[in-house]
Design a binder for this molecule. Structure first.
Ligand SMILES: [Zn+2]
Length: 434
């Protein structure tokens, strides 16, 4: 396929009148439209106003999609323990599948081609199968909770780790490598130390596994970890093995000087979730400072109950604006830095090479966008446009691994209406029970 238009190849490279050539699942050329049209005259052609790398949602909860709107205007621990966890406890395999499918539909139609997905305790196979069938690229994992957790979700340590290992065997590397496993403890407060150490052992024992958890999102959470362990949250996580280049920590909103150094020294990846941090009033993560220290930062929408959208463009805009107002400095977190977080940073958080840019030899994960709105006219700078003006609704074409998943406002090969209907039915049933 030969895809033509203005190409944003990465956060530094724009090709006006550009083209991207796709052969099977790989990008085989990126360059000038005329030149590539001459060289590949027989390729099927598609034309878009703007072509960009597929974005990475580096911390999402697809299975919480059916809880959009059930937990507004509440503080984190109340939000979690009174609304979201009771919902997860009520979810059977069918509901889990419907919710994950709904989440992936929203991602694919708004420009996200890769997710780092924090599932739930039970029925995780249903979400893996949803990701496999809908064609999204995903790093996902069953949630481990073996302490201080609600009935229906808490497991004993051995069971939580054994289920994790069996899912690793079943799904890590599935769908031609499009699905990869992340060992996913919920957070320090809902796991025993033995469980957290067991997560590290599992990740070390299997090739290419990552660890993905929440950390230091909220002051109350941090105080509770300190009173339990006698040390700060990130120091505790470091002591039990949950820092390092193979670890993605969502949030890291409140960190002290030593913890920031720790993140940099251990090369741990941070996923910034600005909308969630604002909606739950968790605070403002020091993202510009993390970037200054060389820490890799990615972007995530978090879950629909705390955002309430999975639109990656909203998240880029919020990240930049929040960083500026925090520093009272409009030069902080410029558009290029934020796009880099949603692409290259995301690629590291997700642990997939050769995604997050349109380059020869990279995986063919890309989006085509329209600019035919008053809102999107004029465009002086395509990167500014993507971060500050675009919406997920502007995405008209989504390709993952060379396969078209969304085109002309329709999901390809998937009955999106039926998925929405099923998700709605489960959402209503579960909302009545919690
Ligand atoms: Zn989260």
């Amino acid at each position: 396929m030969l895809i033509t238009g203005t190409v944003v190849a990465d956060a530094e490279t724009i090709i006006e009148d550009g083209a991207v050539v796709i052969s099977e699942e790989t990008i085989t050329a990126v360059g000038d439209r005329e030149d590539l049209s001459d060289r590949y005259p027989d390729h099927e052609r598609r034309e878009f106003d703007l072509i960009a790398p597929g974005l990475v949602g580096a911390h999402v909860h697809s299975v919480q999609s059916i809880g959009r709107g059930i937990a507004d205007d509440a503080a984190l621990l109340e939000w979690l323990f009174d609304r979201v966890l009771p919902m997860e406890a009520e979810m059977d395999a069918d509901a889990t599948r419907a919710a994950a499918e709904l989440g992936y539909l929203e991602c694919l139609e708004s420009g996200t081609t890769t997710v780092v997905d924090h599932l739930t305790v039970h029925h995780s196979s249903a979400a893996f199968e949803a990701a496999r069938d809908l064609g999204i690229r995903a790093r996902l994992g069953k949630v481990l909770m073996d302490a201080d957790s609600p009935e229906g979700l808490e497991q004993d340590t051995e069971t939580a780790l054994a289920e994790t290992e069996s899912l690793i065997h079943e799904y890590h590397g599935a769908a031609d490598g499009r699905l990869r496993y992340a060992v996913t403890p919920r957070f320090a407060l809902s796991c025993t130390e033995a469980c957290l150490r067991g997560c590290r052992e599992l990740a070390d024992r299997h090739d290419g596994i990552r660890i993905h958890t929440h950390a230091s999102e909220n002051r109350e959470e941090i105080a509770a970890v300190e009173s339990r362990t006698g040390t700060s949250n990130l120091r505790f996580l470091d002591a039990v093995g949950l820092t390092g280049p193979d670890v993605t920590l969502a949030h890291c909103v409140h960190t002290d000087e030593g913890e920031r150094e720790l993140l940099a020294e251990t090369d741990t990846v941070v996923t910034h979730c600005p909308s969630s941090n604002m909606k739950l009033a968790s605070g403002i993560a020091p993202i510009a400072e993390y970037l200054d220290r060389g820490i890799t930062v990615a972007l995530g929408n978090d879950g629909p109950p705390c955002n309430n959208t999975l639109d990656p463009f909203t998240e880029m805009r919020q990240a930049s604006l929040l960083g500026k107002v925090d520093a009272l400095d409009p030069t902080r977190l410029p558009a290029e830095a934020v796009l880099r977080m949603a692409t290259e940073g995301g690629s590291r958080a997700a642990g997939f090479d050769r995604i997050g840019a349109l380059r020869e030899g990279y995986r063919a994960d890309l989006i085509g966008m329209t600019t035919a709105h008053a809102r999107t006219t004029p465009i002086h700078d395509p990167i500014s446009h993507l971060v500050y003006a675009a919406h997920g609704d502007d995405v008209v074409f989504t390709m993952v691994d060379g396969t078209v998943r969304y085109a002309d406002g329709e999901h390809v090969g998937v009955d999106a209406e039926a998925i929405r209907h099923r998700a709605n039915r489960h959402a209503k049933r579960i909302a009545d029970r919690i």
